[in-house]
Write a protein of this length. Sequence first.
Length: 168
Amino acid sequence: MLLAVLTFMLLVTAAIRRVPVFDAFREGAAQALPLLKTILPTLAVFSAAMALFRESGAAEVLETALSPALKALGIDPPLVPLLLSRPFSGGAAVAALSDIFTQYGPDSRTGLTASVLLGSSETIFYSLALYFGSVGVKKTRFTVPVALFCMLVSIASGLLLSSLFFPA
């Protein structure tokens, strides 16, 4: 509904200002093509690397290795795939969330906690690879450590809020 209202407002504003909407859209799309040329290779390499990581079994080995430590911190083992995949791939994290919903249900404590964690975290490495890679930034300085710290804070906050609002 909101999208329909915004689209209507855009068209009304364009009509009042006598802006040729189709020509402006076509011009904007033409200006975006060079940007796509720089972004797509980075996106393709990152997607291939994520698929290789998952399909090689490295993701499962890492999950198994980290599961006891995370369980000691109060993190449910079913949340491990979600927490490990989220910084790298939004699609993989949504797939992990779907698996949690299928196994435990969306209204279970695990399902609700997974939803909070997915919503309060970001695909850090995907975003950095896409945006820094597209403009050729090689030295990210403090971006990665600060982003990882913020991710840890969001996970801790999400787990704390989940334990308060969705008791076991």
